[in-house]
Design a protein around this ligand. Structure first.
Ligand code: 6GU
Length: 254
């Protein structure tokens, strides 16, 4: 999967995504991420990308031109790459499938709130363009022209879209086949069933007089699974009553 992050701070993106599991996934070729500098596309001779907003209210806005040209350039490169892979795979014999529309996501507090389900949907895409705003945002007219999805990561305001974009790339990438190894992918299930994960323990068996729950040492898998579900439910009810009620409504047969 290819991520294309359009930003005024490309170094922030590359440093944030280059380490740990995502860094390894990029080296393996499971995912690839590029940060494209919107400033490179301004036609302004002083490299300016922002200006004052019309109407009352202070603040600067990213202008339409550099954003539009940057998005078009990236979409053009994606189309070109797809065409090349099509040619090399089909050797021109078969009719190419109708080109799938590339999703352009504007990361903004004015968007739908990102969740695991959305991450699963985005993980099906071959390319994902993430547009990061800064200052007071981006001129509405260019958003109307290029954006397919408006996504926020939660109800609080950040200084820019870079951290949210990285959050999304992380959550989506770990769903891409090959990114996680088997040990790591076990964690996927925790939110997958709509409940918080049960507590976990490692060695030593006793630490500061606290013992690992004896059931985990019993070797009885049925009993352990029952205990884990009960702990999941207890924890979810206490910490996330909203998720608990939702789970109850969907599992009211038990
Ligand atoms: Cl996507 N952007 C900004 N600037 N702030 C946010 C956000 C996004 N999601 C939550 N807060």
């Amino acid at each position: 999967m290819f991520f294309h992050v359009l930003t005024l701070f490309p170094e922030m993106i590359m440093e944030g995504l280059g380490t740990s599991i995502l860094g390894r996934a990029m080296q393996k070729g499971c995912i690839s991420a590029e940060a494209v500098n919107i400033r490179d596309y301004t036609t302004n001779k002083h490299q300016k990308v922002d200006d004052y907003t019309y109407g009352p209210g202070a603040g600067m806005l990213m202008q339409a031109q550099p954003v539009y040209d940057c998005v078009q350039a990236v979409l053009g490169q994606i189309a070109e790459r797809r065409e090349q892979t099509l040619h090399s795979e089909n050797s021109g014999a078969e009719l190419p499938e109708e080109a799938k529309k590339v999703r352009v996501v504007y990361v903004t507090p004015q968007g739908s709130v990102f969740d695991q389900k959305m991450a699963q949907e985005f993980a099906k895409e071959e390319d994902l363009v993430l547009l990061c705003g800064h200052y007071e945002g981006i001129d509405e007219r260019v958003l109307e022209e290029v954006v397919t999805d408006y996504v926020s990561i939660g109800d609080y305001v950040l200084t820019g879209g870079e951290l949210p974009a990285m959050v999304m790339v992380d959550a989506i990438s770990r769903l891409v086949p090959g990114v996680l190894n088997n040990d790591e992918s076990a964690v996927t299930d925790s939110f997958g069933n709509g409940l918080l994960e049960h507590p976990q323990y490692s060695r030593p068996q006793v630490w500061r007089d606290k013992e690992v729950p004896p059931v985990l040492l019993s070797g009885n898998h049925k009993l352990i699974e029952k205990w884990q579900l009960e702990e999941s439910l207890k924890r979810t009810k206490e910490r996330r009553p909203d998720l608990y009620e939702k789970w109850r409504a969907e599992n009211d047969h038990c």
